[in-house]
Design a protein around this ligand. Structure first.
Ligand code: SF4
Ligand code: FES
Length: 371
């Protein structure tokens, strides 16, 4: 019996005005001409709800780059899905937010690159972006929509974690996600500039723990720890094909947002296959489902149904084998690669390789900047 997925990640586009060096989009970005149209996305949302999904994350790239974003929110909401807009915020204005709220938007997750504007704009590769994000956050809370602030953290912003927590409080966020960079795709290319030291990680973990206690009832803090200092991997996606599916801008149905990096897969295309057929019957979803595919050290391991062998994309990126144990596991023969990468990163240059294709121009700056 294959359980129903809980959530759909709808990657509406790879277009984005920002150029984050840890972007979770694939290195080979999809152009706008290949994106699914409104009607196909509406069918995907109906099929996701029928399959048992409870929520849809409307993501990208930057989902506000889609001119039909309000129609897409209305279609997802009409299908009965809880709608979460994952946005960089720089394309949001009052009129667009009002249209999204009227279409049934339930929640906004807004990313920030740092607590300090100069650093945030450098990391995101977008001059003036941070000020626009603060203005967007103010619009979201003024509209009465729940706001989650998402901060991807790494060596170049981790020391300002206390200020990021203060920023979340000042903006009226109900939740703060502190997510250490996951190193595949663009982030793997920038790993030496991003990996934190163990001392930074320990200070950040202590900051999160004390803030959680002090802010109980005011701010929920989610904390995604970095694999490179771990002894055991995370259950990536809650296990392959167990809780989660993604649809790429061009319509590929994926078990995770990074799965296109894996060779030897024929991922189902939602233009030719139903979401149910992709989820329940496709070879791509069944290949790493459960524990039957595992080899030692995962086979027979007491944690096999806890972490599900970790991340398939990280196993391929570091071990060259998507069916290997995640090298974040100390039992993996490749585990030493992670310690070596941390040692190599200490003192490495801090310049980035920014993502480039798919870049959008920013609209004219708002007349009254947020203060
Ligand atoms: Fe997880 Fe495999 Fe390591 Fe066991 S051996 S802890 S299942 S990654
Ligand atoms: Fe693909 Fe972890 S990101 S399985």
């Amino acid at each position: 019996m294959i359980p129903a997925p809980l959530a759909l990640l709808a990657e509406l586009t790879h277009r984005c005005p920002l150029r984050c060096p840890y972007c979770s989009n694939p290195v080979a970005l999809t152009g706008p001409g290949a994106e699914l149209d409104t009607a196909t996305w509406a069918r995907v949302f109906e099929e996701a709800a029928a399959l048992g999904c409870l929520q849809v994350h409307l993501s990208g790239g930057e989902p506000m780059a889609r001119r039909d974003i309000a129609a897409l929110v209305a279609a997802a909401s009409g299908a009965g899905l809880y709608t979460n807009l994952i946005t960089a915020g720089v394309l949001l204005d009052a009129a667009k937010l009002a249209a999204l709220a009227a279409a049934g938007l339930d929640h906004v997750q807004l990313s920030v690159q740092d607590a300090e504007a100069g650093s945030a704009d450098r990391i995101g590769g977008c001059a003036g972006g941070h000020a626009r994000k603060l203005a967007a956050a103010r619009l979201v809370t003024a509209a009465g929509l729940p706001l989650t602030l998402n901060a991807v953290v790494h060596r170049q912003n981790l020391d300002r974690l206390p200020a990021l927590i203060e920023l979340a409080l000042a903006l009226g966020a109900q939740r703060l996600e502190v997510a250490h960079v996951q190193y595949y795709g663009w982030a793997l290319a920038n790993r030496a500039a991003l990996l934190p030291s163990r001392a930074q990680l320990e200070a950040a973990t202590a900051t999160v723990e004390s803030a959680r206690a002090a802010l109980k009832g005011r701010l929920v803090i989610d904390y995604v720890v970095p694999d490179y200092h771990a002894k055991r991997p995370k259950p990536c996606m809650g296990g392959w094909g167990r809780r989660f599916l993604a649809v790429s801008p061009a319509g590929l149905v994926l078990p995770c947002h990074a799965a296109e990096s894996l060779p030897g897969f024929g991922f189902p295309d939602v233009r030719r296959t139903s979401l149910r057929a992709a989820w329940e019957r496709s070879e791509a979803f069944n290949r790493f489902r459960g524990t039957g595919w595992m080899a030692p050290p995962c086979r027979g391991c007491a944690r096999a149904e806890i972490d599900w062998g970790g991340c398939r994309c990280q196993a391929f990126a570091l071990a060259g084998d998507a069916a290997a144990a995640d090298p974040a596991c100390a039992l993996s023969p490749h585990h030493a690669l992670l310690g070596a990468a941390v040692a190599e990163a200490a003192g490495a240059a801090e310049g980035f390789t920014y993502r480039e294709p798919g870049r959008l121009p920013l609209p004219k700056a708002p007349a009254a900047p947020f203060s």
